[in-house]
Design a protein around this ligand. Structure first.
Ligand SMILES: Nc1ncnc2c1ncn2[C@@H]1O[C@H](COP(=O)(O)OP(=O)(O)OP(=O)(O)O)[C@@H](O)[C@H]1O
Ligand SMILES: [Mg+2]
Length: 222
């Protein structure tokens, strides 16, 4: 479960270009929810996602993830939490262009602790679950946008996180491909994952259990 209490995020703190990107954000998300985060460009959606993903820190307030206060933790502890609990699909995919699909999806395994003897099986299963197992050897720079999105999702789920965060996963896709990607998220959600999707698309947002709207770094309505 996710609980944010009065989260404030400031970029360039103490400098002339200081900017308060999140202002007193409070909400909770239960395990197994499917949530849409919406709002205009620059509203603070990606910033919020980065805080939720434990990639970025925040200035004040409290963020509890499964009752752990995500603050003042060591970088290695944060990395461990990220690796175990969170799968993130970035706004620009953040794939490594000249690596193959297989290599991209296996990266989070390489960074995780424990034995990696079952890497091949796990990667192929993840690729299969997004319908990309027949392209495992293809470099990702030879893929279409929708295919890249599938690989980014396969990489996000490879360590079986309980929470999946996706930043505009259908932003660059046509309607049919968007629907296919949304089906993947629905399936993950039905399998018990908490799924949080940033979107500017009302049709996508309407498919979620709940919409959290951000405007100027504040929550608009729920
Ligand atoms: N690294 C940064 N340094 C300074 N300001 C930043 C930084 N990242 C984002 N901002 C500012 O914070 C605000 C929120 O940015 P954010 O990327 O969270 O918006 P967004 O809602 O995701 O927008 P979009 O829909 O265009 O992706 C914007 O005004 C942006 O300029
Ligand atoms: Mg963004």
């Amino acid at each position: 479960m996710i609980k944010l209490i009065n989260i404030k995020k400031i970029y360039n703190k103490g400098k002339s270009n200081e900017f308060e990107a999140l202002k007193d954000i409070s909400f909770s998300i239960d395990d197994g929810e499917l949530i849409a985060i919406t709002g205009k460009s620059g509203a603070g959606k990606s910033t919020l996602l980065h805080v939720l993903a434990c990639i970025d820190s925040y200035e004040s307030g409290e963020y509890y993830l499964d009752d752990i206060l995500i603050k003042k933790l060591s970088e290695s502890k944060l990395a461990e939490i990220r690796n175990k609990k969170i799968g993130i699909v970035m706004q620009d995919f953040a794939l490594i262009d000249d690596f193959s699909c297989f290599e991209n999806v296996s990266l989070p395994i390489d960074f995780s602790k424990g034995k990696h003897s079952d890497t091949k099986e796990r990667v192929m299963n993840a690729l299969k679950s997004v319908g990309m197992d027949n392209m495992s050897k293809k470099p990702v720079n030879k893929l279409s946008g929708g295919q890249k999105q599938r690989i980014a999702i396969a990489r996000a789920i490879i360590n079986e996180p309980s929470i999946i965060l996706a930043d505009e996963p259908t932003g660059a896709l046509d309607t049919k491909t968007s629907a296919e990607i949304m089906n993947l998220f629905h399936k993950l959600n039905q399998n018990g994952k908490t799924v949080i999707i940033i979107t500017h698309d009302n049709e996508i947002a309407k498919q979620c259990d709940r919409i959290i709207e951000i405007s100027d770094g504040k929550i608009n309505s729920e």
